[in-house]
Design a protein around this ligand. Sequence first.
Ligand code: SF4
Length: 359
Amino acid sequence: MLDTRPLLRDVLPEALAPLLVQLGEPAWRGRQLSAWLHRSRALQWETMTDLPRALRLRLADAYDLQGLKALERRISTDGTRKHLFELRDGATIESVIIPMEGHFTFCLSSQVGCAMACRFCATARGGLARGLSMGEILEQVVHLERDLAADPPTTRGQRAGNLVFMGMGEPLDNWEGLAGSIATLTAAAGGGISHRRITISTSGPREGLRRLMRLPQSVGLTLSVNAASPELRRRLMPIPGRTPLPVLLRFGERWARRIHRKTTLGYVLIAGVNDDLAEARLLARLAAGRPFKVNLIPLNRFDDDGLAPPGVDRVLAFQQVLLQSGVQTFIRASGGQDIDAACGQLRRRRLGSRSGRLA
Ligand code: SF4
């Protein structure tokens, strides 16, 4: 039966003290509870040993502490760890731990599915089911940190590092969940994480961009570009492609000025589709002399869509065009190719679904 209790992690840290006062407890119990939720990563009431048992029972009557159930965990030969979680309504989401030099990056989902319909993306295939609540987003971090603590890596990266909203879903399409989780992660009374460790990756829906300018935290920004010419971008990204690229890039410039860090332009390279060097030259013209850097990501191929990444030579040639124009450009290999680590692949394989080909 569906559990209708709200998740306790859906309550903002500053609202916990008033909530406990309502229950006849002193306000400082709110700080204790917040520390258990966001610092100690508690998932069971019994572990909150400094809270009176009677209070824990009352809280447990009214709130659920756990919204995610681990369904599957895969570890790639390159150290990437992919998790599939079941939510309380039976929907599934993915979260990924990506090993980097000296630290790990957590890749978080913001929605169940996605409405943006990008043609190269496994998540897009089932459409959007719903946005994740703040608590469901925060709990992904809890599970990923517990994974690293329970099974410490022996290779690269020793500690958790950055959080990127780059998993399933368009984060700016779930404003409430996104803004609430960033506020909690960065609050002194919450996770206490620096805003510099958080990045939002967006395809650039217009309404979402307008809201983003009101976000108080100066988080990093990646704009998912994937094509430099407007027609090709609209073909690859039918919904976000309606935001004209010049508008998107002007937004990226404003954001870079605001946070005093470059905006990243993400470009998934697909053989024979957007890897033409003329496209690279166009992208170079758009990015040169502006506060951008480019991440080139060869497509992480999945079973049945007929799309493939370009060969190494083509990727390097594409990068060279940008470098020659003075644009800082990196090649980001898709991690975990052996474990379906591209956004939405593991979930899709589990659900089973029909193919969609690039028109
Ligand atoms: S690439 Fe991102 S924005 Fe596009 S459909 Fe996939 S999850 Fe959504």
